[in-house]
Design a protein around this ligand. Structure first.
Ligand code: 3H9
Length: 719
């Protein structure tokens, strides 16, 4: 039997203005509006009252939150679902509610400002007229597949009918969120206006509709659109192409996009009502899958991280964290320019770059500007914003302009003496309160800080390359770094759009610590006669975006060799670098950037395996161990090191470790991260398999104490 409905939430209020009911959705005590069962009751009750009241001729609907419209269905309710049938009912209830909104006898206009996502957009789609503010915060989309589910409150039916199957699939299958401007171009919203007039324009639309006006919508996409979207044959082609693309992109690991495709296709073939039924069934099945649970955990972990500044909350001892408005960047190379360009593009701060000579600075500024050009090209910013942001970038061969910087990030050559020299120069050129951050990937921050007059203001900010695209930032305080300085670095990293984790100042920090044994193991497998592309294919099959050998080509063999050397020095035998990689740097095979590595590169495009590499390695492919053992060796060597590092406190929580691995190098999200995956496998099983591998291949596989202890006590990383 279905549980009784909860009492309505006190979320919706309304007042009458000249025949128009102005409804405001403002969920008390919550930062965002979300649609829970209780909110649904309130929506129902409110719409019933609006229908009964003869004075109400039309409805204008708004959010009472300053920064968001509706963030979707309440994700917490999914966590509590225990069966597919229960989840199907949740979806069907949502659909019923929105059917009532869509069939409401009086016209409804919505004014959208801020995030309008998932069930929030599905609600807006059920209304007759949509006005959106052209503010950057106004984003519309259906991100459900990112949570392992599908738009289950009629989104799979309404969106394709509004904007055509191709455009709708593009959004639904990738879980895309689009800025208001793009949503307007696509026909998702009817009007785009300045936030200051959003309310008036929405009210005016409601009033016009009350007077009998019916908005007309053009069929989008012209003749090509009709040929592909407007008839069954064309649609079949669209769906076939979409299915192929989904399978390529997900490797079959993520069931949600395929199910969403099914729900859309079924609805267009068999009609709206049949489509709703199918959508609810599929939603039910997806919501209780392990994949969806893992993706929801990642959502909550990422959200929790947004509030975690890696220091005592709320008020650490002085110095207090500072709001960075001017940034200095020393080193105008690939990393430095990436940091500078991303800081301007995301945080809108004034950036001053410095390098040894002006031609280098000019090159760095041009590279930083490319990040802004790219945003303009992709219409993420307007021409006006582009011009404003470009003007924030400047540079020189001295420290002029650094005096006012609150934060300076160095991205110079990975050498302790050079970094210490830069630190001293920066301290001389900046105020006493300025923070100095090193973008080192291997050198302990405490060592760099030995040269500092103000070691409490020295910290590590380890970005990943390319900075504009890689979402992770490791923030590394030394033991002497002041808590407020950690807060400054984390907050600024977040403003740059990064997910920041605070990690311990130990060799390789978190990411290189767990990645290096994995890369080394790939080398050992090469030496054992496994083909380069076999290793990569197997790990892509496991769920990584690219395999370890491709990753080496992307990172650069020179960089990888340096990291491997530092790690070996620090941890000894189990980090012995693979002999397979020894000749690569000498042979100039640095990877993509050199145009040759393990793979061939023609005009920047990756080709097949470069067969000449096998000669350099000294072993021709002979099949090597069984595929299952190849995967086992690569995965377990990483899990073992991850467990050991957790035991040493390299990450503060398993959450940080998992989010770091997912965002840092693409550990398969559907597995939840290396520590969740270890929990799923169980410590006893991992330790047993590691022991067997250690007997065959040596001590580098010996299970660490943390796993052994977990196996003995039947414990896990997560409760
Ligand atoms: C869906 O709609 C399914 C339907 O199709 C079908 C149903 C039948 N639920 O991120 P923030 C919390 S699926 C529950 O820091 P921001 C969040 O956890 C949904 N809680 O703010 C945090 O909680 P706390 C599809 C939610 O300004 C607080 O709100 N929608 C939800 O940086 C503040 O969040 C999505 O996937 C939610 N839906 O970003 C959108 N949303 O304070 C998910 C937020 O306790 N949400 N919370 O830590 C977002 O992307 C961002 O939160 C948003 C605001 C952009 C809205």
């Amino acid at each position: 039997m279905a549980p009784p409905p909860p009492p309505p939430a006190a979320a919706l209020t309304w007042e009458l203005a000249d025949g128009i009911a102005v409804v405001t959705f403002d969920l008390a005590g919550e930062p965002v509006n979300k649609i829970s069962r209780a909110v649904k009751q309130d929506v129902l009750a409110t719409f019933e009252a609006l229908e009964r009241d003869a004075a109400v001729q039309a409805v204008a609907f708004f959010s009472g939150k300053p920064e968001n419209f509706i963030a979707g269905a309440d994700i917490e309710e999914f966590v509590a679902l225990t069966s597919a049938a229960e989840a199907e009912r949740l979806s069907a209830d949502g659909q019923d509610l929105l059917e009532r909104v869509a069939r409401f006898p009086k016209p409804v206009a919505v004014g959208i400002h801020g995030a309008c996502l998932g069930g929030g957009l599905e609600f807006a789609l059920a209304c007759r007229y949509r006005v959106a503010s052209d503010h950057p915060k106004t984003q519309l989309g259906l991100p459900e597949v990112q949570l392992g589910i599908l738009p289950g409150a009629s989104g799979c039916q309404r969106l394709p009918r509004l904007i055509g199957a191709r455009a709708a699939l593009d959004i639904i299958l990738a879980g895309k969120v689009e800025p208001a401007r793009k949503a307007f171009r696509l026909g998702i919203v009817d009007e785009l206006v300045h936030p200051a007039i959003l309310k008036d324009v929405t009210l005016a639309a409601a009033r016009r509709m009350a007077g009998g006006w019916r908005p007309k919508r053009k069929r989008r996409g012209g003749l090509g659109g009709w040929l592909l979207d407007g008839n069954p044959l064309g649609r079949r082609l669209v769906f076939r192409a979409a299915r192929k693309q989904v399978l390529e992109q997900t490797g079959g690991h993520y069931p949600a996009p395929l199910a969403a495709l099914d729900a859309v296709e079924y609805g267009l073939k068999h009609g709206f009502q049949a489509g709703l039924k199918r959508e609810a069934q599929l939603f039910g099945q997806l919501a209780v899958t392990d994949v969806s649970r893992k993706l929801v955990q990642i959502f909550f972990a990422t959200t929790a991280l947004k509030k975690d500044f890696g220091m005592a909350n709320p008020a650490p001892p002085p110095p207090a964290p500072v709001d960075v408005r001017r940034l200095g960047v020393v080193g105008a190379g690939f990393m430095g320019s990436g940091i500078a360009g991303t800081a301007v593009a995301q945080a809108g701060v004034d950036v001053r770059m410095k390098d040894a000579d002006l031609p280098r600075v000019a090159k760095g500024l041009a590279a930083a500007r490319e990040i802004l050009d790219d945003r303009l090209k992709r219409r993420r910013i307007t021409r006006f914003e582009h011009a404003r942001l470009v003007a924030l970038l400047s540079g020189g061969d001295g420290y002029a302009g650094f005096g006012r910087a609150e934060l300076v990030i160095e991205a110079v050559f990975e050498d302790l003496t050079v970094k210490q020299q830069v630190l001293k120069e920066v301290e001389g050129a900046t105020r006493d309160t300025a923070v100095f951050a090193s973008n080192t990937s291997t050198i302990p921050i405490a060592r760099i800080a030995e040269a500092a007059n103000r070691p409490e203001r020295v910290i590590g900010m380890h970005f990943f390359s390319p900075v504009a695209r890689m979402p992770l930032l490791e923030v590394i305080p030394s033991e002497r770094t002041a808590p407020g300085v950690i807060g400054t670095a984390v907050a600024f990293g977040r403003r740059m759009g990064k997910t920041a984790i605070v990690v311990k100042d130990s060799p390789g920090f978190w990411i290189n610590r767990i990645l290096t044994p994995y890369m080394n193991e790939a080398g050992h497998l090469l030496s054992a006669g496994v083909a380069i592309d076999d290793i990569d294919h197997l790990m892509v099959g496991f769920g990584f975006p690219v395999g370890p050998i491709t990753l080496l080509d992307e990172v650069g063999m020179d960089v990888a060799e340096k990291v491997a050397g530092v790690m070996y020095e620090a941890f000894g035998e189990r980090f012995t670098p693979s002999p397979a990689f020894a000749g690569m740097v000498k042979a100039g095979r640095l990877g993509r950037k050199a145009g040759k590595g393990f793979y061939t590169y023609v005009r920047g495009k990756k080709g097949g395996v470069d067969q000449a590499v096998y000669e350099l390695i000294g072993v021709q492919p002979n099949g090597g161990p069984r595929p299952a053992e190849i995967i086992q060796r690569l995965v377990l060597v990483m899990l073992n090191e991850a467990a050991r590092a957790v035991g040493e406190g390299v990450v503060r929580t398993p959450r940080d470790g998992d989010i770091g691995a997912i965002f840092g190098f693409g550990f398969p999200p559907f597995r939840g991260g290396p520590l969740r995956h270890a929990d799923d496998l169980g410590a006893a099983r991992i330790a047993g398999e590691l022991e067997r591998l250690a007997e065959r291949y040596g001590a580098r596989f010996a299970p660490c104490e943390v796993l052994q202890e977990q196996a003995r006590a039947n414990r896990k990383f997560y409760p």
